[in-house]
Design a protein around this ligand. Structure first.
Ligand code: NAP
Length: 506
């Protein structure tokens, strides 16, 4: 197996992996310093990036602090005036080149994702394609920021509604999609004419820095796309700059609801525009009329992708009594057949590690709590060495159990039995968050009723994977505000200005 160009002699651990898995790698896109105003910048210290599968250090990255964050904001502010003057077509052409470079460098980008985030290589390659697709989509949308000419109530006036870029945007992103969560924001922002400062998660700065390298190669001007990686220790002070600096007009955050609330408070003092893509707790409902094989295949894809560490993955599996036993039985068989734990670089692996020990502890706690309250472990249930957790199937789950009350973010599939549609909807909607929801049914009336009744921002009807740039992404309730992707995503980075043109008539 050949994965071209990635890692260097500076990364002995990865060279060992290279030998184990037969990868041919070098370091074309490996960058370990911050990227500000078109320059690679060092900081006073650096922090380690760990392979979550082994716990070993794979790189050390500049630990940017508030000083570097301010420099980045200043650079973005200076670059804004030039970038917004370019036409949408010109900005789109640069985004298009960036997209093409991502496609050309797909293998290297995927390897970086696997090494820092743990997901299997095939999934990482899928993330690169998904990530690049936002650059492609918004390269096209850049030309379509139409305003309106509105019929006026007075003969001597004309009413224009113009769309204009908001300004400098701070983009704060999580580790679970270290590439796609950046492009889903940055592509829309740059298409609109905004400039950005990205703060990636401590665990996964390498994908963000590789994106910066490709942005430079694509011709994104200095200061338009900046990246300030930092450690968890520095994050609060860097976050404070990015969320309070008066030169920043917009904050777009993806991460947990708890952090989102902190950032919303920080944003309040200078009344910044905000987009919040926060936590989920998705219901996945299987009604008696469902095609059970389709429901099982979708549950596998929804729950076990990225070892259950996605904000839209099914978190509560509600299965109607008539189909319950068949669903659980088939799911257990599918788990036995399809899931294999291992290092993400091993091509036979389907389940990588969780991101760190803290993540496994949370998942283990949920499983122990469920078992203590009477759930039955059908498959898995054990924490393994390091950050690995067995894919776990629980039945007999009830609403007092922790796993039905909070996001799991791990490979645990809890099955709750229900009898009626009303009961399923009541359980599904009894949550403070509402990001994605799924249901499986072949009853046409039920399809409409349930799609409309679920209190979520995205619904999968007989479908377990729904994200794409053409469709929108976003939640209701405490899953956040604002939308990414689709024709609406660019609006998050645009103001609508009203121009009233008077004195035109007799
Ligand atoms: P997190 O702890 O909230 O961290 C997300 C990002 O925020 C990281 O870059 C983190 O930096 C940073 N951060 C934390 N505290 C901060 C502060 N005071 N100021 C500025 N930045 C701060 O979330 P996570 O554990 O990485 O990600 C998992 C969560 O994200 C889950 O709840 C998941 O549902 C959600 N998520 C939502 C979506 C969506 O589109 N709705 C997509 C993916 C994930 P450090 O890494 O340095 O802590």
């Amino acid at each position: 197996m050949r994965i071209a160009h990635l890692l260097t002699a500076r990364l002995p651990v990865l060279r060992a992996m290279q030998r184990s898995y037969g990868l041919d790698v070098s370091a074309a896109l490996l960058r370990t310093r911050g990227y500000v105003d078109g320059q690679w910048i060092s900081a006073a210290s650096d922090f380690p990036v760990l392979d979550p599968a082994t716990g070993e250090e794979v790189a050390r990255v500049s630990d940017c602090g508030p000083g570097e964050a301010m420099r980045a904001v200043d650079a973005a502010h200076r670059a804004f005036h030039g970038w917004k003057q370019r036409t949408g077509k010109e900005r789109g052409a640069i985004l298009r080149r960036w997209f093409e470079l991502m496609v050309q460098n797909k293998d290297e980008l995927a390897t970086l994702i696997t090494v820092e985030c743990g997901k299997p290589l095939a999934e990482a390659a899928g993330e690169v394609s998904y990530s690049a697709s936002f650059l492609e989509w918004f390269s096209e949308e850049a030309r379509r920021t139409y305003g309106d000419v509105v019929p006026s109530p007075g003969r001597d006036r004309r009413i224009l509604l113009l769309k204009q870029p908001v300004g400098v945007a701070s983009l704060i992103t999580p580790w679970n999609f270290p590439s796609a969560m950046i492009t889903r924001k940055a592509a829309a922002a740059l298409a609109a004419g905004c400039t950005v400062v990205v703060k990636p998660a401590e665990d996964t700065p390498l994908s963000a820095l590789a994106l910066a390298e490709l942005a430079a190669q694509a011709g994104v001007p200095a200061g338009v796309f900046n990246v300030v990686p930092c450690s968890k220790e520095k994050t609060p002070s860097v976050g404070e700059v990015l969320c309070t600096d008066p030169l920043v007009q917009k904050i777009s955050f993806t991460g947990s609801t708890a952090t989102g609330k902190v950032l919303l408070k920080l944003a309040a003092d200078t009344v910044k525009r905000v987009s919040m893509e926060l936590g989920g707790h998705a219901p996945f409902i299987v009604f008696d009329s469902a095609d059970v094989d389709r429901a099982v295949a979708s549950a596998m894809a929804s729950k076990f992708r990225n070892s259950g560490q996605t904000c839209v993955c099914g978190n509560r599996f509600l299965v109607q009594s008539g189909i319950h036993d068949c669903f659980v039985e088939k799911l257990a068989v599918a788990m036995d057949k399809e899931l294999r734990l291992g290092h993400g670089l091993d091509p036979t692996t389907t389940q990588g590690p969780l991101i760190n020990a803290r993540a496994v502890e949370k998942v283990e706690k949920q499983v122990l709590d469920a078992v203590a309250r009477g759930a039955r472990v059908v498959r898995g249930g054990r924490r393994l060495q390091g950050s690995f957790m067995e894919p776990t199937l629980l039945e007999g789950v009830t609403m007092e159990m922790l796993c039905t009350q909070e996001e799991t973010f791990g490979p645990v599939l809890p099955v709750i039995r229900f009898d009626s549609e009303e009961e399923a909807l009541a359980i599904a909607n009894a949550s403070a968050v509402g990001l994605a929801g799924y249901f499986f049914s072949q009853d046409p009336g039920q399809l409409w009723r349930v799609a409309e009744a679920l209190e979520v921002g995205m619904v999968g009807v007989n479908e377990g994977l729904l994200s794409c740039p053409e469709g929108l992404f976003g939640g209701v309730k405490q899953s956040g505000q604002g939308r990414e992707g689709s024709k609406y995503g660019i609006d998050e980075y645009l103001e609508v200005k009203y121009v009233c043109w008077g004195g035109l008539g007799p």
